[in-house]
Design a binder for this molecule. Sequence first.
Ligand code: CIR
Length: 256
Amino acid sequence: MFTRAIVRRPGANYAAGLTRVDIGAPDLDVALRQHAAYCDALRACGLQLIELDADPAHPDGTFVEDTAILTAHGALIARPGAPERLGEVDAIRRVLQSRYPALAEIEAPGTLDGGDICEADGHAYIGLSHRTNEAGAAQLAAWFAAQGITSDVVDVRTIDSILHLKSGIAWLGDGRVLLIDALVGHPAFDRYETVRIDPDEAYAANAVRVNDRVLIASGHPKLDATLRALGYAPLALDMSEYAKMDGGLSCLSLRF
Ligand code: CIR
């Protein structure tokens, strides 16, 4: 069960962040409304929120997931692979230090974005991406191993449609992973039942299981129906202004 989450609303310079997609510039007012709805959804799932102020120096600072890894046993500060985002970890470190006295950190030359890490019931998938390198992945695998968490590294560097591993995979709980076609059949996922996402709805692969609910991006009726048929209770949220900045549902919070 998650009980808390760290979130940070987008700041005035949100549109100056990094993006590889070309679907228009985000509207800040709409992004703020969507962020408020996202926070309400986390509260409805039973979470207490730690809300950080927007970070004027870091337009991508709202994507807090990339800055840390939190498990039931500890916390580790990531080292984002985009140099512009390195400083985002400072505020997160301040929040986590009091809660986790043995706070670990990814060290150079390692780089690691939290969006590349998918925890799945005592096992973890570590994406090797254009943000997370081999050194970062190896440091994280060792940190997980010390906590009894096994891991697989999944190389997504040739899957151009996704920025991070978790842009293409979600842990649904109950022994199931949601996967985009490019990851279906990858031997690392043999240990779990695969739920395939329709290619038309690939953006929605970045879903988030939060306690009894599964947050999904709205406008993806096939995924909604698939999840309901499996007995899940999807909660749909409009993510249009985050999709424009290459982000998804998981990126907007650190859940623990
Ligand atoms: C970036 O390119 O770093 C941000 N604009 C989006 C980060 C999305 N984070 C995530 O998928 N975990």
